[in-house]
Design a protein around this ligand. Structure first.
Ligand code: ARG
Length: 289
């Protein structure tokens, strides 16, 4: 059906990072869930599939094991595998996922498929009682790389109440959640304006945050590297950090200098079809604990 061959598991000292992706068989732009979708864009499905396969291949070439979930007809955004659950692992608790409550109906219908995928693989499923609140998985909830805390973006998709309910559940495992208010509709998810590069350094686009949120980020990172609005709006902060590489849809000389300082090699993967729906590299996968 799709040409991303299952990864061969190699016996190495460091376990391979594993990622979950969803093939874009039914990917389409049918409504306007974010400002990127406001343009009259027509998706080229053949090109989308080839871009997705390239992303899979690049991940595998960079030492990742790629797993896939079957796409479902009528769920046009299911390819954005970062949103349907928040996945984690905590010593003493094991591997868990928190299913999302997505704002848009078609996206909310994706959640049970992902929850079932994880349940079948023995992840503990922590269902939150969201009430009127929303939480959009790793679109808005991002781990500090060492697992010491989680950053929770809210304002466009996830709500402050959703982040608070999530935070209450995480506090039972001793994991603090730092709420960050988002203010730029082009950065409607936290993963468009915060990219942890390592335990000390992160890329941020400061214009995407309230003043309090920027101040709060500065408490937790030794080195904050600033993206411009143009870089952020071209998803350059939506990269995937993997085994010393930074997978990004575009590059600028200033981003290249930041990556060099942090010891990361840029790898450019064209995601133009998916950008029509407001997503790029980071949005298209979930790291599997
Ligand atoms: N069209 C999708 C939506 O608006 C894009 C999701 C992008 N995902 C992300 N993690 N930023 O919901």
């Amino acid at each position: 059906m799709f040409a991303c061959r299952p990864s061969v598991r190699l016996a190495t000292i460091n376990p391979m990072p594993r990622l979950l992706l969803c093939p874009p068989n039914y990917f389409d732009v049918v409504d306007q869930k974010n400002l990127y979708m406001a343009r009259d864009s027509v998706v080229d499905r053949v090109k989308a599939l080839s871009q997705w396969e390239t992303l899979c291949n690049v991940l595998q070439q960079n030492g990742c094991e790629v797993e896939t979930i079957d796409p479902v007809e009528g769920l046009e955004d299911m390819v954005f595998a970062a949103n349907q659950v928040f996945a984690g692992e905590k010593t003493g608790y094991g591997k868990f996922v928190v299913p999302s409550r997505m704002v848009y109906a078609s996206r909310h219908r994706e959640v049970p498929f992902y929850a079932a995928w994880f349940r079948a693989r023995d992840y503990q499923v922590i269902d939150l009682d969201y009430g009127d609140d929303y939480l959009e998985g790793h679109g808005d909830m991002l781990w500090h790389p060492d697992g010491s805390r989680i950053y929770g973006g809210y304002g466009f998709r996830s709500t402050l109440g959703g982040v608070e309910k999530f935070s209450a559940a995480m506090s039972k495992m001793g994991i603090p959640v730092v709420p960050l208010r988002l203010v730029d509709p082009y950065c409607y998810h936290l993963d468009t304006c915060l990219c942890p590069l390592n335990n000390d350094a992160a890329l941020i686009f400061p214009g995407a945050y309230s003043a309090e949120a920027v101040a709060s980020l500065h408490q937790f990172w030794k080195r904050i590297h600033l993206l411009t609005a143009d870089e952020a709006h071209h998803f350059m902060g939506n990269g995937i950090v993997i085994n010393g590489s930074y997978i990004t849809p575009y590059m600028t000389s200033q981003l290249q200098a930041i990556l060099q300082e942090e010891g990361l090699a840029p790898v450019i993967v064209d995601t133009s079809e998916f950008e029509k729906a407001g997503g790029s590299c980071f949005c298209m996968k979930t790291f599997l604990p």
